[in-house]
Design a protein around this ligand. Structure first.
Ligand SMILES: Cc1cc2nc3c(=O)[nH]c(=O)nc-3n(C[C@H](O)[C@H](O)[C@H](O)COP(=O)(O)OP(=O)(O)OC[C@H]3O[C@@H](n4cnc5c(N)ncnc54)[C@H](O)[C@@H]3O)c2cc1C
Length: 259
């Protein structure tokens, strides 16, 4: 916001010194807890993330440039609620939850109140989230991946490092016999908020992810998304990208689930 001269706040709160907000931990259930101040660069490089949530490692290099990834944080990207950002869409696909804390209002001095929210309930509008003004996003919880689950991400941008014209993240879980038991698809720049494409993902469940089934899901995604037109791309072109990218990433996620 400051870099783009979109905001000129009178005061800034520096979270860098708060150790409790840093670090990546494996949870008891085998998922991940990402502290709000984890840098995007760490998503690219941390072997634990590559093992437990490879979708994060795959998508991170698409975000801006190394200098920005070295400073930009997971919590900052999610709190910013930009529909054009990669991490919100990727974390939605993974079924992540956000941990939020604030000082108790009128309670014991120093006492705090915490809540956990499904990320799906967090994004309320463009650059608008469920965070109250006195709340801090403290961590993101990523559930463990299931056996026979595959994920994939891809996007199209005019130049490497630019915000995506459109991007798609997908997760596919296969049951015995290769039938799709669960699927999730999320879009970057496919609507006014980071969004899960539930209807399109549901069309995959209950049958094998054949090229025809994947193409039908991609068509459903393109038909139901709500991309904006701007100087970079028309709405029709963004829908075309959503269709092509959805077919590509769902197919890749299904292949990964099979191996
Ligand atoms: C030139 C440029 C190109 C970029 N390209 C991309 C791109 O291609 N893709 C992409 O996804 N992003 C891109 N970004 C955004 C970047 O990756 C960061 O997500 C963004 O700058 C936020 O940085 P930050 O983590 O330092 O958060 P800040 O800038 O510090 O904060 C962002 C907002 O979130 C709030 N906030 C931050 N942390 C918390 C917290 N823990 N709890 C509550 N509220 C909080 C702040 O108050 C502020 O409103 C780009 C940025 C720049 C400058």
């Amino acid at each position: 916001m400051l870099n783009f001269r979109l905001a000129a706040p009178e005061r800034l709160v520096d979270l860098n010194g708060i150790e409790a907000l840093a670090g990546v931990e494996e949870t008891e259930s085998g998922g991940l807890r990402l502290g709000a101040m984890v840098r995007v660069r760490q998503l690219e490089r941390d072997p634990l993330i590559a093992r437990r949530a490879p979708l994060l490692a795959e998508a991170a290099p698409f975000i801006a440039h190394p200098q920005i990834r070295s400073r930009g944080t997971v919590g900052g990207s999610v709190a910013h609620a930009d529909p054009a950002a990669e991490l919100p869409a990727v974390l939605l696909t993974l079924g992540a939850r956000v941990r939020i804390a604030r000082r108790s209002r009128g309670g014991e001095p120093g006492s705090r109140v915490e809540r956990t929210l499904d990320l799906d309930d967090f994004f309320l509008g463009p650059f608008f989230s469920a965070l109250e003004p006195d709340e801090l996003l403290t961590a993101i919880e990523v559930p463990p991946s299931a056996p026979a689950e595959g994920t994939a991400f891809d996007e199209v941008a005019r130049r490497r490092g630019d915000y995506a014209l459109a991007g798609v993240a997908a997760r596919v879980r296969l049951d015995s016999g290769g039938v799709c038991g669960e699927a999730a698809i999320s879009l970057v720049n496919g609507g006014s908020t980071p969004c899960l494409m539930r209807e399109a993902a549901r069309t995959l469940v209950g049958s094998e992810p054949t090229p025809e089934a994947i193409e039908a899901a991609a068509a459903a995604c393109a038909a139901t998304c709500d991309p904006a037109a701007d100087m970079h791309a028309s709405e029709a072109y963004r829908r075309h990208l959503v269709r092509t990218l959805t077919a590509r990433v769902v197919s890749r996620a299904a292949d990964r689930a099979r191996t």
